[in-house]
Design a binder for this molecule. Structure first.
Ligand SMILES: [Fe+2]
Ligand SMILES: [Fe+2]
Length: 208
């Protein structure tokens, strides 16, 4: 049983980093959206922003996997794994868009996966309230971040915008659900550390 769980954790890490996540089967929301001809500088800019979003989704996989691994509550674990499946869609859509923009995932993905898994596991070990509290804190942070990126993306880049808008709706739903399930607010130091870490991650992924 323990061996199976260890293997499942490694499996998610490898699939996430190799771009082989199965996803929930939802199709890319940008399908059918016009692929505007972006100027080279617009394409480069959109590619860098989408690389940041892709890295955020790698982190989401790691967090949810660590959180599911660290809880002893089977019901909560299945809720976390369901949210993780929806995050797999986000990862795939970001991968699709990176390819279209001729960009690439961040080279720092494996590091962020490790950090995220550890954070998720640690929060889960502190109990249900703190496990769900991490979901709320992270998802609300991502929502704010997506608002910023929707403002920063070239207005012509309708495909990236459609993807981010769908992701934003899903992240809001994940946070709302975690709140309903009994999330406890994280301590202030924790929220501050999370914001700092997210800044380092987003800045790093813009360049590397
Ligand atoms: Fe997401
Ligand atoms: Fe989410």
């Amino acid at each position: 049983m323990l061996t199976e769980r260890i293997i499942a954790n490694f499996d998610n890490a490898l699939r996430t980093l190799a771009g082989q996540s199965p996803g929930s089967g939802r199709s890319n929301p940008a399908r059918g959206t016009r692929d505007s001809l972006l100027r080279p500088w617009q394409r480069r800019r959109a590619g860098r922003l989408m690389r940041v979003n892709h890295t955020g989704e790698v982190m989401a996989q790691a967090l949810y996997t660590g959180q599911a691994a660290g809880t002893d509550d089977p019901q909560l674990r299945s809720e976390l794994l369901q949210a993780r499946r929806e995050e797999e869609d986000h990862l795939r859509w970001c991968e699709d868009r990176l390819r279209e923009l001729r960009s690439r995932p961040s080279l720092l993905g494996p590091i962020w996966y490790g950090v995220g898994w550890g954070m998720g596991f640690a929060a889960a070990r502190r109990g249900r309230g703190s496990n769900l509290g991490l979901v709320v804190a992270v998802e609300r942070l991502v929502e704010k971040h997506l608002d910023e990126h929707l403002a920063l993306l070239p207005p012509e880049d309708e495909r990236s915008r459609t993807i981010l808008e769908q992701m934003r709706q899903d992240e809001i739903a994940h946070a709302d659900k975690a709140e309903n399930l009994g999330a406890q607010p994280l301590p202030v130091w924790s929220e501050t550390a999370l914001r700092g870490l997210s800044k380092i991650m987003t800045r790093g992924a813009l360049w590397v």
